[in-house]
Design a protein around this ligand. Structure first.
Ligand SMILES: CC(C)(COP(=O)(O)OP(=O)(O)OC[C@H]1O[C@@H](n2cnc3c(N)ncnc32)[C@H](O)[C@@H]1OP(=O)(O)O)[C@@H](O)C(=O)NCCC(=O)NCCS
Length: 152
């Protein structure tokens, strides 16, 4: 664990900005593009330190929720923070930005397939587990989670 400071700013970026960290953290350095990454409706967010370094990434896209009917559901995917800043608030800043972005675009529900190892993080961010664990090959066990979008 490092004591790197938490101050990050979150901004919308192009997919090219998020891919390196997504690959390093979530795909062991391998290919990390996801279907829909280039869709115009897809939103990529990056958390940067004051010196401009990308230390967190996430992606949002409109997608039907498998477990809960909603008017305008959005799916969160590809959430990753640099191991060197974990526990300092970068993930929280990204999750808060996700809810704000989805609310601003008229979404009323945010959902994700969460790695079981990250489910506690999402619970801290206001998500609820709504499924039993299921396997996503080759990554491992996941649970379905969802969060209400403030003001919707
Ligand atoms: C999950 C992940 C994004 C969290 O990012 P982070 O930068 O550590 O998050 P933060 O520092 O903002 O933590 C926010 C809160 O969640 C808690 N938290 C973080 N990870 C947690 C976990 N795995 N389980 C339980 N709680 C967790 C923190 O302790 C903190 O709590 P606090 O606000 O009460 O102090 C990061 O650990 C990560 O990239 N993991 C590997 C990739 C991954 O699993 N991504 C999710 C794929 S579904």
């Amino acid at each position: 664990m490092t004591s790197e400071p938490a101050a990050v700013s979150v901004e919308e970026v192009g997919v090219d900005v998020v891919l390196p960290l997504r690959s390093a953290v979530l795909r062991d350095g391998g290919p990390a593009a996801l279907p829909g990454d280039d869709d115009p409706a897809t939103v990529h967010l990056a958390a940067r330190t004051p010196d401009g370094r990308v230390v967190g990434v996430v992606r949002l896209a409109p997608a039907p929720c498998p477990w809960r009917p909603a008017r305008e559901p959005w799916q969160l995917r590809g959430m990753a923070t640099d191991p060197g800043v974990r526990g300092t608030g970068a993930g929280r800043a990204l999750a808060a930005a996700c809810l704000a972005v989805v609310a601003a675009r008229g979404g009323d529900l945010l959902w994700c397939n969460a790695r079981v190892t990250a489910a506690g993080f999402y619970e801290h961010m206001g998500f609820t587990v709504v499924t039993d664990a299921f396997d996503v090959d080759p990554i491992g066990p996941h649970v379905g989670m969802l969060a209400p979008v403030p003001g919707r």
